[in-house]
Design a protein. Structure first.
Length: 285
């Protein structure tokens, strides 16, 4: 398994490297740190060969990024030259054989603990791989491995793929899995999410998820379930207990093209209040 970090020499980029290292350490994976630089479009503005100057600077930045990673993780660094940064990240991740892209949330467009810039926004609406987002300041948390995986699930198309991804991750890492039913939230605005019928449906959904996960995971891996309710998605998600070392998996919107990401409304609302890394899983065929 290879985790590809889309690096920028910014605080958000450093957050991404630290999250990438945490995920690589947890899942016994290699870490590939990459930078995308544009082709020579402004040669007249720079002395000498523009590509050489830019690549040399990128090499320096990548060396600084590598210094953020401890020696227990295999690390490689990569430079790609592409017109589109987002397309370049996707292409480079595919070239190195990555199964996950990590990006920093900081970079314009304030959104709670995240601040999604245009490149990250493009990634979470087009990437064919899961994308992990590092919240602002993640580099300062000092948590070396994932403590627990939370999988947020409704009944809409793609939920099975998200659950399967969560189960595989929990099994590979041997970390606890928390299954959160979003059915009550999916029923809004048709019903209040704390309506007794909505709560009952969510509880039955959570039981089914729990049974399915327990049937596929070793007995030594702890699995539990929870139901979230509240007057809004944000209020409901705040009621969950979040600890350092937690990550949350969410699925893509039904608007996503097959095997592509598209951040849905519920996940976008969760981003406003959840201060732990979020992994967005592409929609299955």
């Amino acid at each position: 398994m290879i985790v590809y970090v889309a690096y920028l020499a910014t605080d958000g980029g450093r957050d991404a490297v630290v999250l990438g290292a945490q995920l690589a350490r947890t899942f016994d994976a290699e870490l590939a740190i990459g930078m995308i630089v544009p082709p020579d479009g402004n040669a007249a503005l720079a002395p000498g060969d523009f590509d050489d100057v830019l690549t040399a600077q990128a090499d320096e930045w990548l060396a600084e990024a590598r210094d953020l990673v401890t020696d227990d993780i295999p690390v490689s660094t990569h430079i790609g030259i592409y017109d589109s940064i987002a397309e370049g990240i996707i292409a480079e991740a595919a070239r190195v054989g990555a199964t996950l892209i990590v990006a920093g949330g900081s970079g314009g467009g304030l959104l709670g603990p995240y601040s999604l810039g245009s490149v990250v926004n493009d990634l979470i609406h087009s990437a064919p791989l899961p994308v992990a987002l590092a919240p602002r300041g993640f580099r300062n948390q000092g948590v070396r491995t994932v403590r627990e995986i939370t999988c947020a699930l409704g009944t809409r198309s793609g939920a099975d793929a998200v659950l399967a991804t969560a189960i595989r991750g929990s099994q590979r890492a041997g970390v606890p899995l928390r299954l959160v039913s979003l059915i009550a939230l999916d029923l809004m605005p048709a019903k209040r999410s704390d309506d007794p019928n909505a709560v009952y449906a969510a509880e039955k959904h959570a039981e089914r998820l729990l049974d399915e996960a327990r049937g596929k995971l070793p007995a030594v891996v702890e699995v539990r379930s929870a139901v979230v309710t509240g007057p809004s998605v944000e209020d409901a998600v705040r009621r969950l207990d979040w600890q350092p070392g937690d990550v949350v998996l969410v699925g893509s919107s039904r608007l996503a093209a097959p095997r592509r990401l598209f951040l849905g409304t519920t996940a976008a609302k969760m981003l406003r209040v959840v201060a732990v890394p979020m992994i967005v899983v592409p929609r299955e065929l």
